[in-house]
Design a protein around this ligand. Structure first.
Ligand SMILES: *Cc1c(COP(=O)(O)O)cnc(C)c1O
Length: 357
């Protein structure tokens, strides 16, 4: 069998979930959209179900997959419904539903929902993507309650720049939110991972941690709470071929790397078809048999090359960590001009192997 694989540590996932609750003292929806950021939504939900206050996904297809797998806890649809006829399934399965636009509010008013819904009413407090305008927020809240179709409303908004720890934008968004929700007696939910980790002064009855559950930091710089996260995924493979090259020899497509000295090149069974970023440049860190090394040359579809010149003990069959406990996915992402979110979501072809740590 091809040795490329992703090991998923479910104990680390639980550790990170508990950290989100501990540092905020809030209830936490585990955000497991996009197949739990590539970690496998059903297995992650099962690992968290005994303690999680609920889950959050992007759409009803993802929510139904969890219900079909036997997940019974609350599941929030982060963008609500895309078409009004989803409301019947939302009612049937008891999904919680974001309302971010007037057309969704009108669809609920017109619907024949019998069991009143739990709605998370989203305000655009400054990100300017989805959410009701602050000036329309109170009226929307009252209309939802008056519709008779809604039992409970949670007030929510989302930050655009919480990963920038010196940026005043999150505080400005908070001020807009607080002003517009004055007098509404309802729970609130504001904080995503960077806000959970880096913005302790921002209130939230419910937090919505995503990337931090998987043990990756959303920050580019080191941050004290993020340092307590445990990486959940280890992406690894093995060396399948070794080359001894003299100086001045090209390696890989486009001759993007040329040896400067006699070089031992290890070929690893891992490529961009597995989700390893093609734009990771020469010098991107990897770990070979537990020792630091570096990527050399272009990443190809099924293979990539690493420098074994200073690792005489390494060779055919040596284990290579592309990211995980030692090589942080966020470091690889920065090198490749990406973010750990995208690295995880892009994972494909490699089998996911689960363990309890
Ligand atoms: C994806 C998402 C989150 C989780 O964001 P992270 O940065 O991964 O913590 C939280 N809230 C909403 C509305 C989202 O869409």
């Amino acid at each position: 069998m091809r040795p490329a694989r992703a090991l998923i540590d479910l104990q680390a996932l639980r550790h990170n979930y508990r950290l989100a609750r501990e540092v905020t003292g809030a209830k936490a929806l585990a955000v497991i959209k996009a197949d739990a950021y590539g970690h496998g939504a059903v297995r992650c939900a099962q690992a968290l179900e005994a303690e999680a206050d609920g889950f959050a996904v992007a759409c009803i297809e993802e929510a139904l997959q969890l219900r079909e797998a036997g997940i019974r806890g609350p599941i929030l649809l982060l963008e609500g419904f895309f078409e009004a006829d989803e409301l019947a399934l939302i009612e049937q399965h008891g999904f919680w539903c974001v309302v971010h636009s007037l057309w969704q509010l009108e669809a609920i008013e017109r619907s024949s929902v019998g069991t009143p819904l739990t709605v998370w009413l989203k305000m655009d407090s400054g990100m300017h993507r989805v959410g009701l305008h602050p000036a329309d927020y109170q009226a929307a809240y009252r209309r939802l309650l008056a519709s008779g179709k809604v039992a409970k409303i949670v007030l929510m908004s989302h930050f655009a720049r919480a990963d920038e720890l010196d940026c005043p934008r999150s505080t400005e968004q908070l001020a807009v939110f607080e002003q517009a929700r004055q007098g509404l007696a309802a729970e609130i939910s504001l904080r995503n991972s960077p806000a959970v980790l880096g913005w302790p002064q921002i209130p939230s009855d419910w937090v919505r941690p995503g990337i931090m559950l998987y043990g990756a930091t959303p920050f580019e710089q080191t941050q004290a709470v993020a340092a307590q996260l445990q990486p959940v995924m280890t992406l690894e493979s093995k060396i399948i071929s070794v080359r001894e090259l003299p100086a001045d020899e090209p390696v890989g497509y486009g001759a993007r790397f040329v040896t400067e000295r006699p070089t031992r090149v290890g070929v690893v069974a891992m490529g961009y078809a597995d989700g390893y970023p093609r734009h990771a440049p020469t010098g991107t860190p990897v770990l070979v048999d537990g020792l630091p090394s570096r990527l050399i040359g272009r990443v190809s579809m099924d293979m990539l090359c690493v420098d074994l010149s200073d690792l005489p003990g390494a060779g055919l069959g040596s284990r290579v960590e592309l990211w995980g406990r030692n090589i942080l996915a966020s470091d690889v992402a920065i090198r490749a001009g990406s973010i750990p979110y995208q690295l995880f979501c892009n994972l494909r072809r490699v089998p996911l192997l689960y363990s309890e740590g």
